[in-house]
Design a protein around this ligand. Structure first.
Ligand code: HAS
Ligand code: CU
Length: 561
């Protein structure tokens, strides 16, 4: 990893223009987090019948708003902020043209505002506009055209962001022809490569089918086709959320722990594996779709099992780096080193708790991925249990924890209160432990997801520990703690923004124990990885998509064959 900023300068001292973009992206992200959290608490209390402040007919509007603001807006705005910081920092050079940078930020913000308006309009009966299509927005659910148009503008914004980073990287390459790509830049470029491949399918789905259908230009679409195109994108998008967290675990967490990243080459291998394997697995969301042959599902399952590898490698490398840090701080013994870690720092404890929960979330993902056992949990509350551990904790909690470390670097303002921060991350962990465990358990009882009033009263000794109603209480308490935790996070940040600027906050990142020079050159050959990734995508998707179109027609039964 580049030790770019060796001086006492923070990021904002050195790159004030870029720091402004990073702050704007983070604030957009946190605004979405606030909205998402409000809809989250409404929904938790509604489903569990603790408090019903909205009519059940508005439930899907709430659910769509919660999903879109959390997993599309909060996560991706954070990603573009973090990547702007990481690329500039690790290349140690400003972006090529800051006007282009503001352009993509503006497009993303405009797009998301339009989509947000189309969703929120669903609450106003007098407006004839609704977009209750959930964050997975595939047919047969149909949204107002503004919803799709906004998403399109948002995604185009992310594409231009990627181009901005690639161009800046190429400029750096001309200045440094013989150097290895700095690790953080490598992570940005590989993640964006994956994103271009993945988002091409959702762009095709929206532009060719959903938007024309919503505008009334075509009468019908082929639902299996739009679902398949969605999941072509829908699986890799989960790694698009995860990669910023991995970047923080690999490049920032070891430093906070007092050590250094254990292995730069292994980190590169992990990101390359994500480029190769993230996309040809989407059909694991469609094991129960009747329109896809079993054999294709089996191929997707096999690829998914290979895809566990990069995360298992990450578990090893990250824990090894943290242990190295603890031993540098005087830690000894088989597990005694755990006491030599900076547990009082919210940025450390938050990321560690996020990692710990990801181990559980990864395990429930392995269960999901098994074709036959998936039949047990598909469309039950188990699945939201799974993704609240993964995106809702591994990603969200790491982003919040990372903010405690990175915000002073991009603003020269120290965090208002580390104690509140520490309390906040622990509260998130407790809230999520309650909520997601109970969601998994209800899923095993057969309680469906995406239902306003799952009526299971009288089922399975309701008041008994582990019964439906007792689990509901755990979900409601957990959800409430998560809401309080979010408010504490945002409040702490607002108070931080009111702090006066100080100097001396710079925290340069150390180089890894085993550095880039130990990594085989071929790892940096992005063209090669793109070639293999596209080949795997064609192998996994060409035949199923051809079969779907052949059977159901390009535009649904009877048309377009
Ligand atoms: Fe998933 C459904 C399979 C990972 C998100 N997933 C979802 C949905 C979402 C989602 C949002 O195969 C619902 C979509 C919908 O609305 O319908 N998922 C997997 C598998 C993985 C996986 C195999 N998912 C994620 C991640 C997500 C995410 C990451 C978001 C960020 N998922 C599925 C399947 C479904 C599914 C099926 C469809 C279910 C259905 O039927 O609908 C794997 O990538 C998981 C690998 C992870 C590990 C864990 C490694 C452990 C680590 C911990 C390191 C420790 C640290 C510190 C740092 C093997 C890296 C620890 C400290 C200590 C002290 C120990
Ligand atoms: Cu998936």
């Amino acid at each position: 990893m580049s030790t770019a900023i060796e001086s006492e300068q923070t990021f904002v001292d050195k790159f004030p223009d870029e720091a402004r973009v990073v702050r704007a992206a983070f604030l957009s992200s946190f605004f979405a987090l606030l909205l998402g959290a409000i809809f989250g608490i409404i929904q938790t209390l509604h489903r569990t019948d603790v408090a019903r402040i909205i009519p059940s007919t508005d439930y899907y509007t709430v659910l769509t708003a919660h999903g879109v603001f959390m997993v599309i807006s909060f996560t991706i705005f954070f990603l573009v902020g973090l990547f702007t910081w990481a690329l500039t920092r690790s290349l140690d050079r400003p972006l090529l043209n800051i006007k282009i940078t503001w352009t993509w930020y503006g497009l993303m913000a405009t797009g998301m505002t339009l989509t947000g308006i189309s969703i929120l309009a669903g609450f106003v009966d007098s407006i004839d506009m609704s977009a209750d299509v959930l964050y997975t927005f595939y047919a047969p659910l149909q949204a107002h055209p503004l919803f799709y148009a906004g998403l399109t503008v948002f995604i185009v914004g992310t594409w231009i962001a990627g181009a901005d980073w690639f161009r800046t990287f190429l400029a750096w390459r001309r200045e440094h022809p013989d150097e290895r790509i700095p690790l953080q830049t490598f992570m940005v470029l590989t993640t964006m490569t994956m994103w271009y491949i993945a988002s091409s399918a959702v762009a095709a789905s929206v532009l060719l089918f959903l938007l024309p259908w919503s505008l009334g230009f075509i009468d019908q679409v082929n639902p299996t086709l739009t679902r398949t195109l969605f999941w072509f994108f829908g699986h890799p998008v989960v790694y698009f959320w995860l990669m910023p967290a991995y970047m923080l675990w690999y490049t920032v967490l070891p430093k906070i722990a007092g050590g250094r990243l254990f292995s730069d080459p292994l980190a590169r291998v992990v990101f390359v594996l994500f480029v190769l394997l993230s996309t040809p697995v989407g059909i694991h969301h469609q094991y129960l779709d009747p329109g896809i042959a079993e054999g294709f599902k089996f191929i997707s399952m096999t690829n998914t099992m290979f895809l566990l590898l990069p995360s298992l490698l990450t578990a090893f490398t990250v824990v090894a780096s943290v242990e190295y840090g603890a031993r540098q701080r005087g830690g000894t013994g088989l597990l005694g080193w755990l006491t030599n870690l900076p547990w009082r720092k919210p940025e450390f404890t938050g990321m560690m708790l996020a990692g710990l929960m990801f181990a559980a979330g990864g395990f429930s993902g392995m269960v999901n991925a098994g074709m036959n056992i998936n039949y047990l949990i598909h469309n039950t509350l188990w699945v939201p249990g799974h993704f609240h551990l993964t995106v809702g904790t591994a990603v969200a909690l790491t982003m919040m924890a990372g903010t405690y470390w990175i915000w002073p670097q991009i603003s020269n303002k120290p965090i208002y209160s580390s104690q509140i921060g520490l309390f906040q991350v622990v509260l998130w962990f407790i809230g999520m432990a309650l909520m997601s465990n109970a969601m998994h358990a209800q899923g095993l009882l057969g309680v469906p997801r995406r239902t306003a009033e799952p009526e299971y009263s009288g089922f399975d000794y309701p008041t008994m520990f582990g019964g439906f109603e007792e689990l509901n209480i755990q979900i409601a308490i957990g959800g409430t703690l998560l809401f309080v935790s979010t408010i504490l996070f945002l409040g702490n940040l607002v108070l931080t923004m009111g702090n006066p600027k100080v100097s001396g906050l710079a925290e340069p990142l150390p180089s890894p124990v085993s550095g880039a020079e130990d990594a085989p050159q071929v790892l940096d050959n992005l063209r090669l990885w793109v070639g293999i990734a596209l080949t795997l995508v064609v192998l996994a998707y060409a035949l199923p998509i051809a079969a779907i179109i052949n059977r159901g027609g390009l535009l649904g039964p009877g048309v377009g064959t």
